[in-house]
Write a protein that binds this ligand. Sequence first.
Ligand code: SF4
Length: 406
Amino acid sequence: MRVVPARDGGLARLRLPGGELGAHAARAVAHAARTCGSGAIEVTNRANLQLRGIRADAHAALVGIALDAGLGPAAASGDDIRNVMLSPLASDETRALAARIVAAMQADTSLHALSPKFALQLDGGERLAMLDHPHDLWLSAIDGGARFAFGFAGTMPRGPDDVSALGAIVRGEVVPFVTKVLRRFVALATPAEARMRDLLARIDATHFLKAVGFDADVRVWRRAPADDTLRLGAHEEPHRATWYAGAQAPLGRLDASTLDALAELASTRAEGRLMMTPWQGVLIPGIATNDTHDVVQRLRALGLPTEPRDPLARLIACAGSAGCAKSRADTKADAHRLAPLLSAPDRDRVHLSGCERSCPAAHPVAATLLARAPGHYDLYRGERLVARNLTIEEAAERLARSHTDA
Ligand code: SF4
């Protein structure tokens, strides 16, 4: 497990298969956060977990707890490449296919050279899916799941002007296809070409695909729209007689006692599983109809927003100056000051970033507050600079105004 230094101590990432965390493993993570680190746990925008404030003398203990909880990789050198994103509502069938892809990637040591940022998405066509993050390789179920459309270095096509799928592959060929693509990438990419977009800037995608082999043309295919409000609140589960309840981790953060409480809730009121989401939240699946209201109330009592219009459900902030030496402001504290000033009906996401790297936003969001100095931010709407050097109070006022101006 990689532990990287940060201003508030070591930062350890725990990769979860498709964001899934059993209640037992969740309790182990909470224990690790408490005993090896500061107790702060972050849900990442790839539905993994990060533990903050890891002490230098606690790395071995942390690895031991993670391995005992079944959260380790099949091979140590394969930890970083377990990057296959699924919908939090992915079916058992889709999860099993993703597990076979990850197992094949880990079994092939030549693929361990892939960058930790190299990312795949396996989409079952669910109504709740992250469709905005670009992926190095994405696959999306078509023809009732008999085939998967695929593309490189981007997102699935949704509109007429989007880049089309490159082709489709039958379900039974997905695992060998993915390993062939990745092997070819590793063979052709130079050390400077860590991502598929880097390689495809030099080599045409058709040329790249020549030795891989794929099925018929699917250029007219467009991914059906998803609805990211389904990540919050209670909803019936597709193809099941149960419900799920979704909540936001405020600014992507949980603490150890909250994770323990979520594990308890999942064990006693559902089927003992938590699903982390790429919106930095959590879903509890498998809730009986009669328990649904109570589970949502308990999530709220834990301080986790369950409504899309709750300001803390639409604010994201990087680690800020408390956790990152690059940050020009304490973005998390400023976001907590901003939240009560935001108007409730607005559903746009607002991102506070301590520097230009924009770590927590894997894709552009509606409004970005880029720190200039402690407590002061430039406001962007998309790429457009709207206002400079705003205080938090001024930012709230300009956000409301620029929303009506837009
Ligand atoms: S966005 Fe910048 S300041 Fe914030 S965590 Fe990333 S590198 Fe640090």
